[in-house]
Ligand binder design. Structure first.
Ligand SMILES: [Zn+2]
Ligand SMILES: [Zn+2]
Ligand SMILES: [Zn+2]
Length: 150
């Protein structure tokens, strides 16, 4: 009975710092920037540089451990998603709350479009930004449906 080393499907952060970075992202639930994660680690007393945090986040994203996306203002944001499968996000611009969504129509359209033009090994990134119901200000009475004069 030889003790065989089991091969992990995904590399787990080998360093304490990498594990700490992943823990912050996992705890957060929303998309966070490298700066956010860095600030949180510093608050928790971790001595770690922003460049290191950024490198760990990139590595985790490359290995598919966490999701990465570009915010509307061009920042890279990271999140640990519940789904391992390909999916898209609906993100609140104000509070950062995000919902994982499947988009079969989009998948079909992307595949068809690429195939028609002879492209292979195709990927796509589509995120939807908006204001979530919780952040939407309740319409005041004064702003309610204005009836046209007449
Ligand atoms: Zn996701
Ligand atoms: Zn919101
Ligand atoms: Zn897709």
């Amino acid at each position: 009975m030889a003790d065989r080393a089991r091969r992990l499907p995904r590399p787990v952060p080998a360093t304490r710092q990498g594990a700490a970075v992943l823990a912050v992202v996992q705890r957060s639930g929303t998309f966070r920037s490298a700066q956010d994660v860095h600030a949180e680690l510093r608050t928790a007393g971790q001595r770690v540089g922003l460049a290191t945090v950024y490198r760990h986040l990139q590595l985790l994203a490359e290995n598919g451990v966490i999701d990465a996306l570009q915010s509307a203002d061009g920042q890279t944001l990271y999140r640990h998603c519940a789904s391992d499968d390909h999916h898209h996000h609906l993100i609140c611009r104000q509070c950062g709350t995000s919902v994982e969504i499947e988009a079969p129509d989009v998948e079909q359209w992307a595949a068809n479009t690429a195939t028609r033009r002879g492209y292979t090994d195709v990927t796509h990134t589509i995120e939807i930004f908006g204001v979530c119901p919780a952040c939407r200000k309740p319409a005041s009475r004064a702003q309610r449906h204005r009836t046209p004069p007449g």
